[in-house]
Design a protein around this ligand. Structure first.
Ligand SMILES: [Zn+2]
Length: 365
């Protein structure tokens, strides 16, 4: 068994669970900081762990282009390569292939595209994408899926669901007997019937978890909520449920309330590098003049290294003069904020007060 999952408590549709992986236990709900190219930007592995992360996301597409699967294999796998002893989920990069790569050509066999680094011709099939991630040593593997931009017509979206399902079947076969857990990805755009068909067919496959993909791709926020509230409850109850690419704290809390367990987003790390930090009282812009003489931490209720040791005045100074330490310290705080938010949600679920907790309102996006 590549992955075990147990639900400790339920409160309405919200669940507090534990995912068992070879490198340890993941308590859910969980937020995965994004380390696209085998680095959580500006943080060491030790800082990422100290901020509370137990699992990070890396991107197989980016890593296959540079440094290449062989280089990672030669280093003993992705964990060794980046000195991360927690768990790693690798995204297949289907989304990146369709959004970043010029001249992508999709067929039932896979997708042909040119590297966005050097224009080299590449071909990803569902089988090659599984092989790459297995060889990198990923703990949770995401299959190649066909993610369409918004807006797309119902017939185009129906075709992408068909292809995503056929690739999911091929992925299950390619992964069989090899290490790593494999998730399925529900596509279907903003079309409820297509989402339902995709979820129902994936539920019948030998998969370790289920993800909702193709959200936050440019559709109105209202559509995102509709799709998620409709799709999350359709995912199998006894397996982890992962909402891909969603980040605003209020949206995470809403998804947890719908029964989702796992999240990833660049929001905390990207915003930190611009000096935007999350607090329990809303987003703070560190460069603001109001912080110039403040000896206060970013958030007095946060126990991260940054809040224990550094004032807002110092952080503002670092950002104003362009010292890279500012990015590191702000990223430590933002990752800790997201991990703490998930831990607090978990406690609220276990104590049966999740609705009250989620309604108390966290400002920020
Ligand atoms: Zn902090």
């Amino acid at each position: 068994m590549a992955l075990g999952f147990a639900i400790d408590a339920r409160d309405g549709a919200a669940r507090a669970g534990r995912i068992q992986l070879p490198r340890g236990e993941i308590r859910t709900p969980v937020f995965m900081p994004v380390g696209t190219r085998a680095a959580v930007k500006s943080l060491t592995a030790g800082q990422t762990k100290a901020a509370g992360a137990s699992i990070i996301l890396a991107n197989a597409y980016h890593l296959a282009l540079r440094p290449g699967v062989e280089a990672i294999e030669a280093s003993g796998g992705l964990h060794e390569f980046m000195n991360w002893d927690g768990s790693i989920l690798t995204d297949s990069g289907g989304f990146q292939v369709f959004s970043l790569a010029p001249l992508g050509r999709v067929s039932d066999e896979g997708v042909e595209f040119r590297s966005h680094y050097d224009g080299a011709r590449m071909f990803f099939s569902p089988e090659s994408v599984i092989d790459m991630q297995v060889r990198m040593g990923s703990d949770i593997i995401m299959p190649l899926d066909h993610c369409l931009p918004y807006p797309s017509s119902e017939s185009e979206t129906s075709g992408s669901v068909q292809r995503t399902l056929s690739w999911a079947r091929a992925s299950v076969t390619a992964k069989a007997g090899r290490p790593g857990a494999l998730y399925g990805i529900v596509q279907g755009g903003v079309f409820g019937d297509l989402r339902a068909r995709c979820a129902a067919e994936l539920a019948g496959m030998e998969l370790d978890g289920f993800a909702v993909g193709g959200v936050c791709v440019g559709e109105p926020a209202e559509s995102t909520r509709d799709v998620l509230s409709h799709t999350i409850p359709m995912l199998p109850e006894g397996k982890p449920r992962y909402v891909m690419g969603m980040g605003p704290p209020a949206d995470l809390l809403a998804c947890i309330g719908m029964g989702a367990d796992m999240f990833d987003c660049v929001l905390p790390t990207r915003n930190a590098r611009s000096g935007y930090v999350f607090t329990r009282r809303g987003v703070v812009r560190l460069k603001n003049a109001s912080n110039a003489k403040s000896r206060d931490p970013i958030d007095p209720d946060c126990g991260c290294e940054t809040c224990r040791s550094y004032s807002r005045a110092y952080l503002r100074h670092l950002f104003n003069v362009g010292e890279i330490l500012g990015m590191t310290l702000a990223t430590i705080h933002n990752v800790a904020f997201f991990e703490d938010l998930m831990a607090a949600a978990r406690t609220a679920i276990i104590e049966g007060r999740y609705a009250e907790f989620a309604a108390c309102g966290i400002d920020g996006g």
